[in-house]
Design a protein around this ligand. Structure first.
Ligand SMILES: [Zn+2]
Length: 428
């Protein structure tokens, strides 16, 4: 049986539908494109001013010295905190304010905040200004409900998630903003669909492999040593010895889509030989003396990154033994460990219950194939009580004519409010 106060809260959020749409439109109209990191400051200030009028203590943190930060493109983050009447836990809603570039194929103004057929359109509507707006409405309604709330509610708008989060959540986490005792539960309204609670993500290892050869005239390749042929041997080994082994690993992580429940490997790029500087399509007639590939290996929670690296190195060292003149270099470019919150943690359990209460069907618990800012909250903030839950449809993120459904936003705001209420009042 829902509590009468919960019923009133849900009805109140329903009544804020137009306000939620208007807030989403306003947020979309800041063209916070990353890179380069445009309009972060006005967008953060807009959010800060709104929340400060409602009794939040608002702080701005510029991530000085982080990648891309400059006076022209300051990495501005906003954190707003509302204190309840007595001590208690803190529930934090974190959204990134940056969006990816617009790209081709739009039929509406990507920064117009167009409303059509029950949807708000725009770059970032789904990923994730709709989710940010829903969390703001949820928290404001909860505060206005007059419920006697202990603890604290926080809302942050952070920079640079689309480029790794170093000027955003990572920067703040390093300074204690995402750790106990300041924060107890974090909900990230990323677009994972209104009925899904995302408890974590797979890990990532990007590495660069370079093969080396010896330059010579293309008419006399026997005088040189072809680095592209050496790389061909590397790719052949990947096909024979790495790719077939990937499907042998299955994970307990509920990753969606299901194809991502094994490790995956993408050969991201390959470059070899001299660049075609004239643009004629006729490169210099030489034997390529170097070739480079970039690999994108995604990891399951059950895997050990050091072992994954060692397996790759063993394959390459095998070629050193068997292939004449084979030399290589392997360099780490980027790595993120997998992260997964235990499904029985209160933030997971109570958000799932709230989904069922609002939508009348059970929530799906899932993990994301790619990473998001949870990695920093887990690794740097040492906080495991983190989920992603938001209204957008994942497949629409980064697409032309990106949109967020208004019903989904209203429903997700209801879920967020119920979940925060339960987390604060110890229904856990
Ligand atoms: Zn996102």
């Amino acid at each position: 049986m829902p509590h009468p106060r919960e019923d009133a809260l849900l009805a109140d959020i329903e009544g804020r539908r137009d306000e939620l749409v208007a807030l989403t439109q306003d947020l979309i109209r800041f063209p916070t494109i990353n890179p380069p990191g445009d309009a972060y400051q006005p967008c953060a200030e807009y959010l800060g001013q709104r929340l400060s009028k409602r009794g939040f203590k608002v702080e701005y943190m510029r991530a000085e010295g982080s990648p891309g930060d400059s006076d022209a493109y300051p990495r501005v983050n906003v954190i707003a905190r509302w204190e309840g009447g007595r001590p208690g836990p803190c529930v934090h809603f974190n959204s990134h304010i940056d969006v990816v570039s617009v790209g081709e194929g739009w039929t509406v103004d990507p920064f117009g905040g167009v409303v059509k057929d029950g949807k708000v359109y725009g770059r970032g509507a789904c990923d994730m200004k709709g989710g940010l707006a829903a969390s703001v409405i949820a928290v404001e309604a909860l505060i206005d409900s007059g419920a006697e709330l202990p603890g604290a509610l926080e809302i942050s708008g952070t920079a640079d998630e689309e480029s790794g989060g170093y000027g955003g959540v990572a920067y703040l986490a390093e300074r204690g903003w995402f750790s106990k005792p300041r924060v107890d539960h974090v909900i990230i309204p990323e677009p994972l669909n209104v009925d899904r609670v995302c408890i974590g993500h797979r890990g990532v290892w990007w590495s660069e492999i370079t093969t080396e050869g010896h330059i010579a005239h293309g008419s006399m390749p026997f005088l040189g040593d072809n680095a592209v042929r050496h790389m061909g041997a590397v790719i052949d080994e990947l096909e024979r010895r790495i790719f077939p082994t990937l499907s042998a690993h299955q994970t307990t992580m509920p990753v969606v889509p299901e194809g991502a429940r094994t490790p995956t490997l993408n050969i991201n790029s390959i470059h070899g030989g001299q660049p075609d500087v004239t643009g004629s399509g006729l490169p210099a007639p030489v034997v390529p003396d170097s070739c480079r590939i970039v690999l994108d290996r995604r990891l399951l929670i059950e895997e050990d990154l050091d072992q994954v690296k060692a397996q790759m190195r063993a394959v390459l060292d095998g070629l050193v033994q068997t292939r004449p003149n084979f030399r290589y270099k392997m360099r780490d470019l980027f790595e993120v460990r997998p992260s997964m919150t235990e499904p029985d943690r209160p933030v997971v359990r109570l958000t799932c219950e709230a989904v069922e209460q609002v939508l009348g069907r059970p929530a799906d618990i899932c993990c994301s194939p790619g990473t998001y800012d949870q990695k920093h909250i887990d690794r740097i903030g040492k906080l495991r009580d983190c989920i992603a839950y938001g209204p957008g449809i994942l497949d629409l993120a980064h697409q032309p004519d990106e949109y967020v459904g208004i019903d989904d936003m209203v429903n997700s705001a209801k879920v967020m409010a119920l979940s925060a209420y339960a987390l604060l009042t110890g229904k856990a």
